[in-house]
Structures are given as structure tokens and as C-alpha cells.
Design a protein around this ligand. Structure first.
Ligand SMILES: [Zn+2]
Length: 100
């Protein structure tokens, strides 16, 4: 007998993993001073978190997406995730629901 996790289970574990990592990140953020946060922002703002290349802002439908010209990854700001989710029942909106 083979065990195949259902979609709901996979979603549950993805959310669990995300919550765990979020907690650790939040604890780390508490240890940083306002000055350190400001310095980090200056260094990383609008730069790809994977390769450090400057991101290009692209408007897609009603959403502004920051895209990396090198690795083709893209990033969304907090409110923009909600816009995509509310738009329609697409694959992307279903994926993003996990991280809400
Ligand atoms: Zn990149």
C-alpha cells in the first residue's frame, strides 16, 4: 500500500513550515536595532535576494512586480499578494493562500 498525501495535507505542512520559519525570522528581527534595519534596507532595497542584481519593476495587471533580470525570479510587496489572490482562482492565487 502506498501513501500519497492529499493536497490538503501538503498545504497544511507547507503552512506549518512557513509559520516555523516566520517565527525564527521574527525573533532575529527583534535582535536588530533600528539603525541596523535601516542599514540592511539601504544595502538590499530593490536588489535580488538570490543574486544581488538590481531588480526591475514591472507592472503586471494591477500589480507591481519586481523582477530580477538575471535569475528571472520575481518579488511582490505585501499588499500585492492580496491583489493577486482576490483576482481569480488561478494556480498562483492558490499557492499564495498558503502564506497568508
Ligand atoms: Zn536574481
Amino acid at each position: 500500500m502506498s501513501f500519497k498525501p492529499s493536497e490538503a495535507e501538503e498545504e497544511y505542512f507547507a503552512r506549518l513550515e512557513f509559520e516555523k520559519k516566520k517565527k525564527i525570522a521574527e525573533e532575529q528581527m527583534k535582535l536588530l536595532s533600528a539603525k541596523e534595519k535601516e542599514d540592511l534596507k539601504k544595502t538590499h532595497f530593490m536588489h535580488c535576494p538570490k543574486c544581488g542584481i538590481e531588480l526591475i519593476m514591472v507592472r503586471y495587471k494591477n500589480v507591481e512586480v519586481d523582477e530580477c533580470p538575471n535569475c528571472k525570479g520575481f518579488w511582490l510587496d505585501a499588499g500585492e499578494v492580496e491583489k493577486i489572490i482576490s483576482e481569480k482562482d488561478s494556480f498562483l492565487s492558490n499557492v499564495l493562500k498558503i502564506f497568508k
